[in-house]
Design a protein around this ligand. Structure first.
Ligand SMILES: [Zn+2]
Length: 220
């Protein structure tokens, strides 16, 4: 008798649960709207309750966030970028504090990266100094993108005429910035970092002579 009753109860419960699921599905929008309205009405209370729940269930929250982040990484990246844009002072302060606290570790990491990627830093220094000189000389300046330059010059070095690998790319000013050459697309060409450095402020033909002396094939 008791067993029959338990079975019947379980069956009723399953029926009821299935009915509730269907009902919720059917009225999803209305239910959500009501929930939102209730939440807005008791904003303070709701927020406090939610916060208390989150504090008590830290692990669960972290796990949920992690899963959510894995599901839509680009949303998170965008939110982060937007937040950083709105809170630029906070970002700066945080970076400063972070640096102060982990100075040695950060410096060691930078040093290691620099040692392992010398061409990256050479290129960056070169780009920076060229831009700085152009700015100081108040010359016309465009935002030169090296990938655009690479496409335009078909991956060929304008100084030595050989192919340029991605890691060796640099922006060479045809008329050097120190001689009043602008930092614009019509005054720049793709060049090897080494060719660019070897050239310095020299005239192009003069540079080619130097490079020729080292028996490097030169573009016609
Ligand atoms: Zn070259």
């Amino acid at each position: 008798m008791a067993e029959d009753f338990d079975d019947a109860l379980a069956e009723k419960r399953a029926e009821w649960a299935s009915y509730m699921r269907a009902y919720t599905r059917r009225n999803k929008d209305a239910i959500n709207a009501e929930r939102r309205a209730r939440r807005a009405e008791n904003r303070e209370v709701t927020l406090a309750r939610e916060k208390a729940w989150r504090t008590a269930n830290r692990e669960k929250v972290l796990e949920y966030k992690k899963r959510d982040r894995e599901k839509r990484p680009e949303d998170y990246a965008r939110w982060k970028r937007d937040w950083e844009k709105r809170n630029i002072d906070k970002v700066k302060a945080r970076k400063k504090a972070d640096y102060r606290e982990n100075k040695d570790e950060i410096n060691a990491r930078l040093k290691k990266f620099r040692r392992e990627n010398p061409e990256h830093y050479r290129k960056q220094r070169l780009d920076q100094s060229q831009r700085r000189r152009a700015r100081l000389a108040k010359l016309p300046m465009e935002d030169i993108r090296i990938d655009v330059l690479y496409e335009r010059d078909k991956g060929v070095c304008g100084i030595c005429g050989r192919e340029v690998e991605q890691k060796d790319m640099s922006v060479d000013h045809i008329v050097p910035v120190s001689f009043g050459g602008a930092h614009t697309y019509d005054n720049v060409q793709l060049a090897h970092i080494n060719c660019n450095k070897a050239r310095g402020n020299r005239d192009l033909s003069e540079t080619r002579e130097v490079i020729n002396a080292f028996d490097v094939p030169v573009k016609g």
